[in-house]
Design a protein around this ligand. Sequence first.
Ligand SMILES: [Zn+2]
Ligand SMILES: [Zn+2]
Length: 380
Amino acid sequence: MASTAGKVIKCRAAVAWEAGKPLVIEEVEVAPPQHNEVRLKILFTSLCHTDVYFWEAKGQTPMFPRIFGHEAGGIVESVGEGVTDLQPGDHVLPVFTGECRECRHCKSEESNMCDLLRINTDRGAMIHDGKTRFSKNGQPIYHFLGTSTFSEYTVVHVGCVAKINPAAPLDKVCVLSCGICTGFGATVNVAKPPKGSSVAIFGLGAVGLAAAEGARVSGAARIIGVDLNPSRFEEAKKFGVNEFVNPKDYDKPVQEVIAEMTDGGVDRSVECTGSIQAMISAFECVHDGWGVAVLVGVPNKDDAFKTHPMNFLNERTLKGTFYGNYKPRTDLPGVVEMYMNKELEVEKFITHSVSFSEINKAFEYMLEGKSIRCIIRMEE
Ligand SMILES: [Zn+2]
Ligand SMILES: [Zn+2]
């Protein structure tokens, strides 16, 4: 057992004191893990749009002070009571959604939407006792997505921790915690493009590029990137995108443009923008008879999906997915193995890297649209 087990750990954390204000590196106290919890030493973390969205806190109930961060790799420091399948020293990826292995969803082969540990952006404390494990001078600091990885140590529910191959480099595979698996899984687990097929990807951000990577790995012949920003196309080629459509270049709906390019429609499409118009286009651009569209992007609260029902009668299928249909504890170790076997390429997602003390730079890179993923090195 580590000498720190059962004790409060003082360490550095990047605290968001107010919405939209730079994070401040503070010395915080991290309480020991309680029932079904583990305390992790985070070695690498990366920044995802979801962190930025909740840090900006426009249109949501603000919850501050808070420690953000949910894509990360680390090592188990100590485990709480009731934890049997993890031990100090295990290499792990914390995940913003969980797998309790006891609820109906976890017992179903078809679902990854755990009743107990499904993503909850409004929860700022641990499920076990409703308290935070972070504090500074006695003031509680809220958790984020049950992970709070912008801290040298964090406490996470055991159901939100995937144990991985200790040979996997944590500074690379940490990006598999969220966005990359979301896009990649949407293609390989849900859209399932046959070899030689055509796939349209709407939105060429990190998730869309991961969806394209899934199409590339599946052996799709035509991967059509759809984005309003033409500067994304050059980068997207590395992910297998070999044709590009900018809806702004046409005076007709993009689904018609794609149907003309592909003799009636693509075999598969994956929507990664969250724009309701893009969702409708993604569905209406698939071929009748066999086409499948998969929605990944998160829509606005008041959006409604409108299409003619004939599109369904003509045997097009519309699906949606959460976290690429991966069960975090069961499936993530296998995704890491895909990387280790050089099937899935992860390095090309990592465009920047900063030390922990420079974490605010990672926010700048993302807000300027410069980075796909920026790794934050916790030990520097
Ligand atoms: Zn994320
Ligand atoms: Zn469950």
